[in-house]
Design a protein around this ligand. Structure first.
Ligand code: S3P
Length: 441
């Protein structure tokens, strides 16, 4: 059966002000920490995308009382710990959900079986299972450490763990397990990754120390800590805001503002890169909200030029390479993205799918084992050809990136599985239409 696709075509300029959906990383964490904590946690601005709704369901199955009060407003009553779930925990498409919940559950006397959709069942879980096993967790499942698997939680011992790959998910899993470990846990990050878990743990009353040393960032969490419920205000997701903003940058005559975007510098590598490419990207109304920097980001159509993206910037824009690759197709000259091997184990192999999709749309691309080079098509009045049906393998960001490309390409671009967009950006199509974009079934 072929699912109905969605097609984006060039129309007029994009104009308007919108609000980005709630940050996905922070939304998952708010639900998980709320379930671990004692008392009632109130969340505002929660992303109601499928990934996060799975986490909400999962936390209910671990014994928390989870209630939706209204648009983005949720209440979660934790019991200061997790109980054994009565059924399989299905994390859907979400690596963040699966990995963080495994870490959170590891310190409790319970058995929990985790599964997910076809994409998640193919993704590596050893990266969390290895450190959790060192702490004393047992697990059984498919060879290679893929879902489905059953985790047996219980008494944990201290671990000091140097991350082999820059991963906020692995860091978070170890820290959440550390809450219940004898002696706590320490994570050493050679390169800093998003720090939402650390910030939120503090907001929930945990003691946690962060120290930058020459060989990395040391994050130390004493054990035996029970969290206290808190109020969480979820800022707009910069990884979602990236799509309408890049759409404005590449569509002549456009000006789009996305309000309330999270501007934590561990998440803004894309904005830095776009500015280096010549993007007219400005921030207004910069403020602090719920312990995070936020602001309104405005993008105006710009002539972009290719750049070399420093590999060390990757953790701060890891989910944004697909949309950067789409932007790069409109730039003048090559954009080199290297040190991004992690992209091959995301919801899909994002290096391979962007290379294939952009090539099908007439862009010149070169795929490397851990990199992607896109040679932009911009010469006077020359756009990207488009005119292709693109395979997304159910990856929301691959789908949105190619739809954005289609809004400015010479010929329409179709994506094959648009339903998956709802994992991170429900309402994406309507929102882009509201700005003047032409996207149709
Ligand atoms: C996330 C961390 C990143 C990112 C993912 C969300 C998080 O994954 O790609 O979308 O919320 O911690 P890794 O930790 O695997 O890099």
């Amino acid at each position: 059966m072929t699912a109905a696709g969605l097609t984006a075509r060039r129309a007029g300029p994009l104009r308007g002000r919108i609000r980005a959906p709630g940050d996905k990383s922070i939304s998952h964490r708010a639900l998980i920490l709320g379930a671990l904590a004692q008392g009632v946690t109130e969340i505002e601005g929660l992303l109601e995308g499928e990934d996060v709704l799975r986490t909400a369901q999962a936390m209910a199955s671990f014994g928390a009382k989870v209630e939706r009060l209204g648009d983005g407003r949720w209440k979660i009553e934790g019991r200061g710990g997790l109980e054994e779930p009565g059924d399989v925990v299905d994390c859907g498409n979400s690596g963040t959900g699966a990995r963080l919940i495994m870490g959170a559950a590891a310190g409790y006397e319970l058995a929990a079986t985790f599964t997910g959709d076809m994409s998640l069942r193919g993704r590596p879980m050893r990266r969390v299972l290895n450190p959790l096993s060192e702490m004393g967790t047992r697990w059984a499942g498919r060879s290679g450490g893929r879902l489905p698997l059953t985790l047996q939680g219980g008494a944990l011992k201290h671990l000091s763990y140097r991350l082999p790959e820059p991963s906020a998910q692995v860091k978070s899993a170890v820290l959440l397990a550390g809450l219940n470990a004898d002696g706590g846990a320490q994570v050493i990050e050679p390169e800093p990754t998003r720090d939402h878990t650390e910030r939120m743990l503090r907001a929930f009353g945990a003691r946690i120390e962060v120290e930058d040393r020459p060989d990395g960032r040391y994050i130390t969490l004493p054990g035996g800590q029970v969290l206290t419920a808190a109020k969480v205000r979820v800022p707009g997701d910069p990884s979602s805001a990236a799509f309408p903003l890049v759409a404005a940058l590449v569509t002549p005559g456009s000006e789009v503002t996305v309000e309330g975007v999270l501007l934590n510098t561990l998440r803004t590598g894309l904005f830095t890169t776009l500015r280096e490419m010549g993007a007219d990207l400005t921030v207004s109304n910069a403020r602090e909200e719920g312990g995070e920097q936020v602001g309104d980001v405005t993008a105006r159509h710009s002539a972009l030029r290719g750049v070399v993206v420093p590999p060390e910037r990757a953790p701060s824009m890891i989910d944004e390479y697909p949309i950067l690759a789409a932007a790069a197709a409109f730039a003048e000259g090559p954009t080199a993205m290297r040190g991004i091997g992690e992209l091959r184990v995301k919801e899909s192999d994002r290096i391979a799918l962007m290379a294939a999709g952009l090539a099908a749309c007439g862009a010149q691309v070169e795929e490397e084992p851990e990199g992607l080079i896109v040679v932009g098509a911009a010469r006077a009045n020359h756009a990207v050809a488009g005119g292709a049906r693109v395979t997304t393998r159910g990856d929301h960001r691959i789908a949105m990136s190619h739809l954005v490309l289609g809004l400015a390409a010479d010929a329409p671009v179709e994506v094959d599985e648009p339903g998956m967009i709802a994992t991170s950006f429900p309402g994406f199509v309507e929102l882009m239409r509201g700005l003047g974009g032409e996207i149709e079934a």
